[in-house]
Design a binder for this molecule. Sequence first.
Ligand code: BG6
Length: 493
Amino acid sequence: MGFPKDFLWGAATAANQYEGGYLSGGKGLSVQDTVTGGDGIHGIPRYISVRYADGTTGMLKLGMGCELPAGAVAYVDEKQYYPSHVATDFYHHWKEDIALFGEMGLKSFRLSINWTRIFPNGDEEEPNEEGLRFYDQVFDECHKYGIEPLVSMNHFDCPLHLASEYDGWASRKVVDFFLKYAETILTRYKGKVRYWITFNEVNFLRSYHMIGITETESNPQKLAQAIYHILLASAKTVRLAHEIDADNRMGMMFAYLLSYANTCNPDDVLAELDFSRDIKDFYLDVHCRGYYPNYKLKEFERKGIRLVKEEGDDQALRDGTVDYIAFSYYNSSVISSAPVGEEAGGNHFGGVKNPYLESSEWSWGIDPKGMRIALNKLWDKYQKPLMIVENGLGAKDRVEEDGSIHDDYRIDFLRKHIREMEKAISLDGVELWGYQVWSAIDIVSAGTGEMRKRYGFIYVDKDDDGNGTLERTRKDSFYWYKKVIASNGEDLD
Ligand code: BG6
């Protein structure tokens, strides 16, 4: 019973939400550096500052259906506030933060490498040595505390130059640029990093601010080609990583949107099947089985989409299947064939509101049992080891007069999920390598650009407008998670 002895209890972050130092140490601009802050509670969206082909500029609202027209590029407008520029400043606090992670007893720490810190434009011949040195220090410091780094090569991140000059992942050339970046970091950090993720939430890589392509909505052929390039780059990276070091453990990462059919009406069940295939199964099938599934090929046929491939691509997909499946799990969703009732919130997709679940302040349905279901579905279907690399609660925290932060709601959320995870291991026999809570420390929200939507065990003094001392304070959940880790998941009180 219980968790395996070497279970990776950890916590996660992402460079564009945490690192800051957006032009320090030779770093180049990333598309994320052109996305403004927002306010989810008050419905204020995030924007991208855009320069159109005719030279005019404007602010484009991010969200469903938003796209940059061909020829448009994003840029940094000095009058705007961009949360990624400083974020919660890991760049200048890495030593202090890793010491706190060590104090908490983390066995693993998930972070992403900023592509533009290594290749500022993305297409240079030589990498930026100062950027490489930054992560050397970070990984060495992690090992000092016995923390295993778990590294995402790409977390919603594309060099702005690649977007402006090549139309991002729509260009086949970007596959080679990414492979060069991957080879550089795999070689440099050999022996320091063993657990890798190629792309974060690969099933959501569809918009300009993540993959740097224009016409994402109006040109399905181009989007399908860009997604193909990403999946191909991921597969080629897996193979390369195994060649560089047979000890590397290569994972793909996707957002597990567990979905339920709204009723037993077969139309709802079919709608749920379509949703699951489109939003997650397709990506899993390619990464785990090494080829495009028939339902996707049929969809392409119907839509008149023809992928442009090169010789050897099919083999590369087959050779690059992953060693383990990494996924984020926040909420489940309910799918209906017809519009009904109230919409629910969620990371990227809400669906119909589930009457059996409580919701977070941001209306995400809280479904701990869904996590056990997700683990079982994945294990049954692919028989590959699993790793939960994001799970957590975004909530507003209050700092008391004495400086303490009593985040019992977060503890409650995590405790319920850990219990279900334990059942999946000990009652269902699922092979689970680890659990990375989102997030190790407060960072900027990806969806809303807010600071007030906090996930961390460590509070960072910073507000939605970028004001604050950046001082770090341990929350109650910090001490609680420390106990959980020390008892290998037995003491959840
Ligand atoms: C995941 C992303 O979708 O959800 C993270 O990988 C993100 O980057 C997390 O932060 C939580 O979403 P949000 O919008 O609340 O920050």
